[in-house]
Each structure stands twice: as C-alpha cells, then as structure tokens.
Write a protein that binds this ligand. Sequence first.
Ligand code: DGL
Length: 282
Amino acid sequence: MVRKKDPNILVFDSGFGGLSVLSALTATLPFANYMFLADDARFPYGDLSDEELIEGLIALIENTCMDTMPDLLVIACNTASTVALTALRARFFFPIVGIVPAIKPAAHATRTGHFAVIATPGTIRRSYTRDLIRDYASGCVVDLVACNQLARLAEAYLLEGDRNEAAVYEEVRAVFEGEYGDDVDVIVLGCTHYPLLMPVLHAVAPRPVLWIDPAHAVARRVMHLLEQEWQDCLAGATPAQVEARGRIRFMATGGEALRLSRAWQALIEEKADPASSCGPNS
Ligand code: DGL
C-alpha cells in the first residue's frame, strides 16, 4: 500500500503554554509533523480585546499558511478558542480544533457538586465559558476565578525554574478561601499554561483536589478527525516513531523560537524521568 504523507499539524498558542498540548499530541499522534507557533509578541492574550485578538490571529494564521499549509490547526489556547473559533473556521478550510475549559468532565467528576475554573480574565468573562456551564453544569456550583499573572508565572517556572510559590498561591487563593471553598473538589485548568506549573500548584494547594487538563481529550479529537484519511499511518506508528517526537518546527512572532525549542526539550526530558513526575495530589 502506498503510504500517504504524514499529516502536518499547526499548533498555536499565545506563548509557551501550548507546549502542554503539544506534549499530549505527540504522545497520541507521534507520526505527525508539527509546527508550533507562539504569538509571544502579543502575549498575554488575556489582556487583549476580542477584536484585537481575532483580527491579529486570523492575519497571523494566514501568513503562516503562506509558508506551510497545515492539514489541521490546533488552537492550543483557551483565551483564543473561546472567542475566535467561529471566525477561524469561517476563514480557513482545514479542520480546526480548539481547547476550552473542561466544564463537562468537571461536572461529571465532582462529588460535592462544587468545582472551580481557573483561567485568564479573557476566558473567564467569555459567554462561551458561561454557556458551557449553563449547558453542562447547571446542577453544580461553579467558581470562576480569573488569574491575572498565572500564565506569566508558568513561563517563569518553565524557563527559569522560578517556583514563586507565594505568588502562585495568591493567584489561586480565591478557590480555596472562598465562602464554601472547602467544598471545591475539582479544579479545571482553563489555560494551557497552567499544566506546566503543576508541581507548584500541587505544592501550594492546601488540600488534595482533582486538577483537570483537557489536553489529552484534544489530542483524541485530533486523532478522530485525522483517522479517516490517515488510517494506515495511525496503524503503522512504530515504537521508534513514538520515541522520536522530533519533527517539530518552532516559530514565534517575538523571537522566542529558540527558547521554545529548548523548553520543549527540557519538558520531554523531564517527562521521560519518572522521578520528576507530579506530587501526591495528582
Ligand atoms: N495559554 C493561553 C490559554 O490557554 C493563554 C495565556 C495568555 O496569553 O494569557 O488561555
């Protein structure tokens, strides 16, 4: 059988946070070619107006496509997905998969019926997020907690190993110290930067909770979309390909491509080292 070319997947985030999604993608779809694009020149997206965000994003994806045409685009950014998915899908013909706060899984997982969503101010104020709660968690109490600095703190941790536990706790304090904070048993990571900060979040959490990161669900969705066309590749992924995780091109609007590539290397080396994996709350 003639083997089709491997799919080209463009993964986008405002900064380094999308690496947490790239990690799930390469674990699920090791045979694909990846391009990772960070709009670090405009990071953080949490502060941008909806119009600025959508227009800039369409222009950026258009430019990138002139260079390399992806078979599929992953918007690995909740702040962008919750506002720009419709406009992006209307503009581009290839499949686009977004990441949005995992409200439905959290509503299934909570035992107390009370969970929290931590995300950028942009994601928290979006009607998309409120609609998810109305549609999938109407029987639950949901605390929406806007974190102004947590994405930056995640980058500082990833790039400089700076744990800054006091500042991290300050960002999530409202979850644990709210009026019925003791009831919260599930926390949705509503920004792709936050899983990168997991060891610190575990360390500062005053008690064990379930943290939900939808990155693997996104990777499964991508696999499902590619399944028809790339079925033979999927079946043919070898252990060597699973190990390779190599065909990734990093691009950045603000000149951080090299740091992205180094951060990625560090991330996959850390994952390969079982001694470095997450703490007791995982
Ligand atoms: N990583 C992005 C998200 O998932 C946002 C970070 C930012 O630009 O503020 O929402």
